[in-house]
Design a protein around this ligand. Structure first.
Ligand SMILES: [Zn+2]
Length: 424
């Protein structure tokens, strides 16, 4: 890592040397230096499959597959050992649907030549993940909560995109990137969260393009995020979460859908998908024009160093922006006072709060964190329409389907301001 840092700081010297070598001894020496630089850069970077830009990476695709798949295979073995089934044995109908939608998305992706397989596991939560190999793991709970195939395609496209864009292994090397840029910020949690945030947006973009090219409604992703926000809020006022907040994500994903909808043919694969993967309204793939030995080494090397630096700066800015947002929400939260709770019936109750901030609030989302005796927590939100002036009282009604008021009385409840906009 230290070697990398020294090399980047020496770029001007290096440039000078190369020019000098070229002038004094002609092309041959210059060529061998450039070839060496190209080889060195090849060892620490790879061309981004999507944009063609160089990014830092230390593992080959073969190593990535071996490493990523081993994690999933160990996980499946542990599930079997615990008596939980996977795939078709867990739920034949759900697995067949998963495979059908998965194949349509994977077939038009940047890694369609690799043999991929979705894995369905027995978990009730709304989740899916990739480990960077050739599996995408999907929780049964996610399949049950998504309303149609287009929404499933949106999730699968997003996960495939994480692997295609090398996010899993980039995460492992991003500390190196921060060191190259000469900063310790990578050790901070906020940086990590922002790093994730940027990659989530990228995976959303690529995934939505995949959906459109495979013939799935590209607006499905924004529908998922709108629904999640209505259900769970943003958790902005709670902790430094590592996912983009849902209202923003819903908006961003809708904008991407607006851009790529021209490629969408309902139920049909776009016949130009291969060309569109290279060049489309979202990006144009860059080709390295200079060859190794003819300036290609230098440009590849500079491209990698510069890419890592720009990426680091963007991530740092995003980390600052998020930290600022959290601070504002915490300050507003400290001036929201719960005045009282009233039971409405067996499964619902209402809370009266007062806005003691000196600003009016709009689009308020209040949340409740419920902690049971085993320390497990869950959260629920209530959206309060309209504007709440300074000093005004407001009411939120919580309704749960699976817990009764007597059960709740044995648990710990904590109310918090989940989200709001200052209103003038
Ligand atoms: Zn993601």
């Amino acid at each position: 890592m230290n070697k990398l840092k020294i090399r980047v700081q020496n770029i001007p010297v290096l440039l000078g040397c190369l020019a000098l070598v070229g002038l004094l001894t002609g092309c041959e020496a210059m060529r061998s230096v450039d070839q060496g630089l190209y080889n060195a850069t090849e060892a620490i970077s790879e061309r981004d499959r999507i944009t063609g830009q160089r990014t830092l990476s230390t593992a080959s695709r073969g190593q990535q597959i071996a490493q990523g798949n081993a994690v999933v295979e160990q996980f499946i073995a542990a599930e079997n050992k615990a008596g939980r089934k996977v795939n078709g044995e867990l739920n034949r109908k759900a697995y067949e649907r998963l495979v059908r939608v998965f194949d349509r998305i994977h077939r038009i992706s940047h890694l369609s030549k690799e043999r991929w397989r979705p894995i369905l596991i027995d978990k009730s939560s709304f989740n899916a993940f990739t480990t960077g190999g050739t599996y995408i793991v999907v929780h049964l709970g996610l399949m049950e909560q998504l309303s149609d195939d287009a929404e499933l395609a949106a999730v699968l496209g997003h996960e495939i995109a994480h692997t295609v864009a090398n996010h899993v292994f980039e995460r492992q090397t991003h500390q190196t990137a921060a060191l190259i840029a000469g900063s310790e910020a990578a050790r901070q949690g906020g940086y990590q969260a922002a790093f994730t945030h940027e990659r989530e947006i990228e995976a959303d973009e690529v995934g939505i393009l995949y959906s459109a090219l495979a013939g799935f409604d590209p607006y499905a992703a924004s529908r998922i995020w709108e629904r999640q926000y209505r259900k769970e809020g943003s958790a902005r006022g709670l902790f430094f979460h590592d996912h983009p907040v849902n209202p923003e994500r819903a908006l961003l994903t809708r904008r991407v859908a607006d851009k790529v909808k021209a490629y969408y043919r309902k139920g049909q694969q776009n016949p130009n998908y291969a060309a569109l993967l290279e060049s489309n309204v979202l990006w144009q793939k860059q080709n390295e024009t200079a060859k190794a030995g003819e300036g290609g080494g230098l440009s590849a090397f500079l491209g990698t160093a510069l890419g890592a630096y720009v990426q680091h700066q963007e991530t740092k800015q995003e980390a600052n922006r998020q930290a600022q947002q959290i601070k504002v929400m915490q300050a507003l939260n400290s001036n929201i006072k719960a005045l009282g709770e009233q039971v409405i019936n067996q499964t619902s109750w209402q809370v009266v709060w007062q806005n003691r901030n000196n600003v009016a609030l709009k689009d308020v989302v209040m949340g409740v964190l419920i902690r049971d005796s085993q320390g497990k927590t869950r959260r629920h939100v209530v959206h309060i329409p309209g504007v709440i002036r300074p000093g005004a009282r407001f009411i939120g009604k919580f309704q749960l389907s699976d817990l009764t008021i007597p059960q709740l009385k044995k648990m710990q409840l904590k109310y918090y301001l989940d989200d709001a906009k200052a209103y003038r």
